[in-house]
Design a protein around this ligand. Structure first.
Ligand code: GLN
Length: 479
């Protein structure tokens, strides 16, 4: 797979035209059997973008992502192009406006192939909750069954498509791990920026205090290219931060000038299997080679993170999803009375997992239980944030596994709690709002990819990317 930098070089040296490059990917995406796209955009619709991009190359005035074919998670509003959140309730929804993130990419010359499949409303860890059916991971358990494996979720279509090589990169969203966990299960890179870095304007809302957009790519450098495009202040998102953004490509090939310390939380490693433990040992070894200091650290709040997340995220979801009433847009069921229309629409329009979250969320927000669950969870969330800041007094970065397991079989984890456990290492970072990146580190005994997660402090994406890139070169996963 060529990197964005290499593709841009080929385009500017006229070794390939923008339209040839696009056609090549479009054909692969069309022929793919893995269900990673809900919708492919008719190439006719992209023609003017392809022509404009070619013209800029001809005039040597190309933009950051000119002519680069991308996939977009089907959670971003794309003007005039179906946006379904992989839900029946939005099956026929065509947005009238462009999300901030996709508008930024278009401004920088990127061309969209289509909309990537995902878990319904981004709720899930295996892409099996999608109304449009599961996505298949391009990796196979070569030692064993050859059965279909999940790509992880919720941005499973994005990760599968990048791993299969049918788009150069894809944009996902991460609420509790949905960029990082699928990246880990598919052997690609996934970056969740600091909360507030990338505007949520035009992103179908799941949990507004957690949702963040970010890249899923083949390399850390590609992630930096994309982040340079999509990160920025937006007045349309009240949680958008006006913190200064760096050029994330700037230090990507440099070593650190000063001594860096990475902390590895021993509490994260207590019950991990030998495959996962091996990845951490491997990473440790390479960090030492890079002359980076590694120390053990210990959180006191990790065991509370998952339950905190699974109170707060459903609470926010139940409120955000109240807008799907069948009246203003989306699917509408028949009914005798207005109440019947609401009830039938929501009963028929939402899948099982989304319904479960709405019920949990409504329950924890109800007058009788608000203090016991929602308020308590908010307090624990603050303690989790403080726990991270305590650790950051001693270290510059934190290293953990991304997920507790390799890709599992489609249909294997049927009960919700087992599924929720997949987020155990990604959720604490989400609750704290910190930036984190998953990079592929090696293969399991079944020859399946595994990832490691690097976590930075707020708005430290530049040095986080620098470290991830150094480690990536040491690990040589793609060589
Ligand atoms: N798997 C987690 C959930 O189901 C995280 C999803 C996400 O990050 N969007 O909530």
């Amino acid at each position: 797979m060529l990197s964005i930098r290499e593709l841009k070089k080929k385009l500017s040296e006229k070794k390939i035209s923008v339209s040839e490059l696009f056609d090549e990917f479009y054909k692969k995406a069309k022929d793919s059997q893995l269900n990673s796209f809900n919708y492919l955009i008719d190439p006719e619709k992209n023609k003017h973008l392809i022509n404009e991009s070619q013209l800029r190359y001809n005039n040597k005035k190309e933009e950051l992502l000119d002519g680069i074919p991308l996939g977009i998670k089907d959670l971003f509003c794309t003007k005039g192009i179906p946006t379904t959140a992989s839900s029946k309730i939005l099956e026929n929804f065509i947005p009238q406006y462009e999300s901030f993130v996709t508008a930024s990419l278009l401004n920088d010359g990127a061309i969209f192939l289509g909309k990537n499949n995902c878990d319904e409303f981004a709720m899930g860890s295996s892409n099996e909750t999608s109304f449009f059916g599961p996505v298949i991971n391009p990796w196979k358990d070569s030692n064993k069954t050859n059965e279909n494996l999940v790509p992880g979720g919720s941005s499973g279509g994005s990760a599968s498509a990048v791993a299969e090589g049918i788009c150069v990169a894809s944009i996902g969203t991460d609420t509790g791990g949905s960029i990082r966990q699928p990246a880990s299960l598919c052997g690609v890179v996934g970056l969740k920026p600091t909360f507030g870095s990338c505007s949520r304007w035009g992103v179908v809302a799941f949990a507004s205090s957690l949702d963040q957009a970010g890249p899923i790519t083949n390399s850390v450098e590609d992630a930096a290219f994309i982040l340079n495009s999509i990160s920025g202040y937006d007045k349309n998102d009240s949680t958008s931060s006006d913190h200064k953004r760096d050029n994330y490509l700037e230090n990507i090939d440099k070593k650190f000038d000063n001594k860096i310390t990475v902390g590895i939380p021993s509490d994260y490693l207590k019950d991990v299997n030998s495959d996962i433990a091996e990845q951490i040992d491997l990473a440790k070894k390479h960090l030492a080679k890079l002359n980076i200091n590694v120390i053990d650290v210990e959180f006191t709040t990790t065991e509370y993170a998952l339950s905190t997340y699974y109170i707060l995220a459903p609470a926010e979801a139940s409120s955000n999803l109240a807008r799907y009433d069948g009246i203003r847009y989306g699917y509408r069921a028949q009914g005798e009375t207005l109440d019947d229309i609401y009830i039938n629409t929501r009963t028929e329009g939402f899948g099982e997992e989304v319904t479960r979250r709405i019920l949990i969320g409504t329950y924890v927000l109800s007058a009788g239980y608000y203090d016991a669950y929602y308020r308590k969870a908010q307090k624990v969330r603050r303690l989790i944030k403080e726990d991270f800041q305590r650790i950051y007094r001693d270290v510059d970065f934190i290293l953990t596994p991304t997920a507790p397991n390799e890709a599992f079989k489609v249909g294997e984890k049927l009960d919700p709690i087992t599924m929720y456990m997949n987020d155990i290492f990604t959720v604490p970072t989400s609750l704290a709002g910190l930036p984190a990146i998953s990079i592929p580190s090696g293969l399991s005994k079944n020859n399946l990819p595994l990832g490691i997660q690097l976590i930075g402090n707020y708005f430290q994406e530049q040095s986080l990317i620098q470290l991830a890139s150094l480690l990536e070169k040491e690990l040589k996963f793609n060589d």
